[in-house]
Design a protein around this ligand. Structure first.
Ligand SMILES: *Cc1c(COP(=O)(O)O)cnc(C)c1O
Length: 392
């Protein structure tokens, strides 16, 4: 059976568990590649030392910074999950993964097209860091589709997508944008943290670089930070070089936690998806609620692209209040933690104002309440939301 005939849930169980990473030559093995902690790698002799310097091969012990079977196993598994991908680089956070992916593609004098609904720290990277280093950014409407071609300049090098968008959940027409990019020889990147390759196989759709904040659903337990960039064939060597020369490294304990999380991604995502959908529908029927921003609801901008391209939805969405104060509502919740990040087993609520981080399509609505729906019993969560409405 070839790799791509296995379904994603099977890959999640099997991927990255190569026998030479789990088994002893003398016989027997363990299920999970162990945590290999390393800086120095010991060579058998000087000939092996010299051979290591000249090859720079993946999957060979060289020096701690290049990783050990623990990190290789995670990178391998993430590559296997994206059909069509050739490799994955790991980074110490999702923000580092975004920064390294863009750095691997852009140089001074280049122009970048960035979606207006991008994660706020990604915007800050463009405005506060890349701009000082000669890279200009134009923000575009998340619903622009093929009309993005009109924004391409002679020095445009890349198009960055994030779908659905942070806080406001607009879904992009990825195939239309990829088609324009291919025609104009531009590189495409996507922040695929929300759907993960399980629900959006981005590389198979022709995107060059698929970025995940593994901190969220891959780790899944709110106790480690990791980012990854999985690459198609054309961008892999630049991505790998950039990660290596800029000294990027992920500790083996964190890689191991991400691998442990990855094994249960399919079942966790199914629960996140189902509970979030149930709560989104319940909220939509509440008289206190203004809008529910969930890609699987028909009123969500870009819903038709969600229906066409995604294999599922995850546990993060937003809503607005038609009346009442968002902060007071969040403070009244008992089962929802208040805090940044998401994708763990526990529910979170966050009041946020998208107006702070939009430039093309100003946000004119009230602040949103972003919910991360965790793995608790969904009735308990709905009861809690119900009592918070009564409290305000
Ligand atoms: C959280 C997040 C990131 C950054 O990940 P960290 O691991 O927190 O640095 C990037 N993109 C999106 C969409 C995110 O939600």
């Amino acid at each position: 059976m070839t790799e791509d005939e296995r379904r994603a849930a099977t890959k999640l169980v099997q991927a990255g568990r190569r026998k030479d990473w789990t088994h002893l030559e003398s016989g027997g093995g363990v299920v999970n590649p162990p945590v290999w902690r390393a800086s120095t790698i010991l060579y058998d002799n000087t000939a092996a030392l010299k051979a290591g310097l000249s090859t720079n091969e993946d999957g060979k012990l060289f020096y701690g910074r290049r990783g050990t079977p623990t990190q290789w196993s995670l990178a391998d598994a993430l590559t296997e999950l994206e059909p069509g991908a050739v490799g994955t680089m790991l980074f110490p956070s999702g923000a580092a993964a975004v920064a390294m992916a863009l750095t691997s593609v852009l140089k001074s004098g280049d122009h970048l097209l960035m979606v207006d609904s991008a994660y706020d720290p990604t915007r800050r990277l463009c405005d506060a860091y890349l701009a000082q280093r000669g890279v200009t950014t134009t923000y575009y409407d998340p619903l622009i589709g093929a009309e993005i071609e009109a924004l391409i300049q002679p020095d445009t090098r890349a198009i960055f997508m994030e779908s659905p968008g942070s806080l406001t959940f607009e879904v992009q027409d990825i195939p239309a944008i990829v088609a324009v990019a291919k025609k104009r020889a531009l590189v495409t990147l996507i922040d695929n943290t929300w759907a993960t390759p399980l629900y959006l196989p981005a590389i198979a759709m022709g995107v060059d670089l698929s970025i995940i904040a593994c901190t969220k659903y891959i780790v899944g337990h709110s106790d480690a930070m990791i980012g990854s960039v999985t690459s198609g064939p054309d961008t892999w060597s630049d991505l790998r070089l950039t990660g290596q020369v800029l000294g990027q490294h992920v500790g083996p304990d964190d890689a191991w936690l991400a691998l442990r999380g990855l094994r249960t991604l399919d079942v966790r995502m199914a629960r996140h998806r189902d509970s979030a959908l149930e709560i989104a529908h319940w909220l939509r029927a509440r008289p206190e609620v203004g809008a529910v921003l969930h890609p699987a609801l028909p009123e969500c901008p870009g819903h038709e692209f969600f229906q066409r391209d995604f294999l599922g939805s995850s546990g993060l969405f937003s809503f607005t209040l038609g009346r009442g104060n968002a902060d007071a509502f969040v403070d009244a919740l008992q089962h929802f933690g208040i805090g940044y990040s998401w994708g763990g087993f526990e529910s979170l609520a966050l009041p946020a104002n998208p107006a702070r981080c939009r430039s093309v399509n100003p946000w004119r609505g009230p602040p949103v309440i972003r919910l991360q729906i965790g793995l608790e019993n969904v009735r308990d969560l709905i009861d809690d939301l119900h009592q918070a409405f009564s409290a305000i």
